[in-house]
Ligand binder design. Structure first.
Ligand code: DQA
Length: 147
């Protein structure tokens, strides 16, 4: 099982940016934890971050035929991007949307996600655990398929 983890804009600044909201772990640290969790389930994982919407669209397009699942934190593009939504629809790869913060506890403009309607589901509010829970969810999905 190959999983592509995509991090959207400003997530390269994790650990320095709004630490009261997003925590003190750097993106590098978070990617290490993701790799560890994936390894425990016997999954292969690749991680990608970009601040550019088009680069994120291309990463999704290029995932076609290579990855079994996508885990995406679209960051601010969650609330604006029809292009990311359409890319996920186009490649038809089961996708889990994650957020570090609980977006429903925050400003109203963060309550709307263009991604959730095309995702298997959304996990938000658990910090780094949101990503790790997404990997656990994939493990469950695969287990259920085998039963
Ligand atoms: C975020 C939530 C978004 O609203 C915000 O724009 C981010 C990060 C999160 O992980 O909590 O950049 O996706």
């Amino acid at each position: 099982i190959h999983i592509l983890v995509i991090h959207g804009p400003n997530l390269n600044l994790l650990g320095q940016r709004e630490t009261s909201v997003y925590g003190t772990d750097s993106l590098e640290k978070i990617n290490t934890l993701i790799e560890k969790e994936a390894e425990e389930h016997g999954f292969e994982v690749s991680t990608f971050q970009s601040n550019y919407e088009g680069a994120l669209v291309e990463a999704i397009q290029e995932a076609r035929g290579k990855y079994d699942f996508i885990i995406i934190n679209p960051a601010a593009y969650t609330h604006t991007s029809v292009a990311l939504r359409d890319a996920i629809l186009a490649v038809n790869i089961p996708t889990i949307e994650v957020h570090l913060s609980n977006i429903y506890k925050r400003e109203k403009f963060r309550h709307k996600s263009y991604i959730s309607g095309v995702a298997i589901g959304q996990i938000c509010g658990f910090g780094v655990q949101s990503y790790l829970l997404a990997i656990k969810a994939i493990a469950e999905i695969i287990k259920q398929k085998k039963e």
